[in-house]
Design a protein around this ligand. Sequence first.
Ligand code: MN
Ligand code: MN
Length: 332
Amino acid sequence: MNEPDTDRTPPTPSDSVTGIVGPPDALAQLPRFAGPSTFARLPRLDEVARADVAILGVPFDSGTTYRPGARFGPEAVRAASKLLRPYHIGLGVEPWTALQVADAGDVGATPFDIARAVEQIERAARALYADARHIVAIGGDHTIALPLLRAAREQFGPVALVHFDAHFDTWDTVFGNPLAHGTPFRRAFEEGLLAADHCMHVGIRHSTPAASDFDDDAALGFATVTTLDIARQGIDRAAERIRQRVGDCPVYISIDVDVLDPAHAPGTGTPEPGGLTTRELQLLLFSLVGLNVVGADVVEVSPAYDHAQITALAAAGIMFDLLAMFASGGRL
Ligand code: MN
Ligand code: MN
């Protein structure tokens, strides 16, 4: 009887020339439903010397205002990512071959004190840059973008934020609290983390607390492409506006999964009807290849509201799209 392969099998370089370690071969070594519970069954960061891109789980949701549960987002997205295959058809690249991608595990962030958790996430992200050139994070609620942007600012300078979301997330306070999932980008603006006049919201729609939100947000230097703009003017026009907006700045892409329609992402905290399809979001991302993307996050997957892994599969797919962008962008 053959010795069964287990996830204790030490990873071996999938490319003997570059030394890059990828996932186990799902057609000959270890089937997709088995093996490590890391993102896409990639090696852990401590199993490789260094990573071009580190996947970082941030299981924190104490900043949510409506449905909680995004603290379980990282494990749900990792579980859904087991199905990912090596070749990205849309961009024609193999991210695991082109880059050393590794899973850095989860940040230990307290669920009882938002300010303290934000400090813990910032510290973890800063430390991670010692071993990884770029971070792609899985949330968690959108509060986590603030500490991730602080660390990215330290590493790359002020970043042009391309923010995919049904909501602005530039409100001032929630119940008097300046740290919540509806406020990270106002704090980021105030702290000088963002490249002035190079940031953009994509996918804003449906309902917002007040008409003045648009002016308040614009005063912070953001431009907006609404979901209706995309529907009326098309993907290519929206992508052109985004590219013009960010210019040559280092770009940070933050994706709230609620930018997708609830049909495509029901498992999220604050769903809004009339959103993008997963395919529309993919087309927008693919059209941004070549920009100097330095970091990204995918947030607000709340598995308790999900069905048949619809949202987790979409989020895992978007993570794969982001990693393929890194692999094909040529700017690493
Ligand atoms: Mn949102
Ligand atoms: Mn958000």
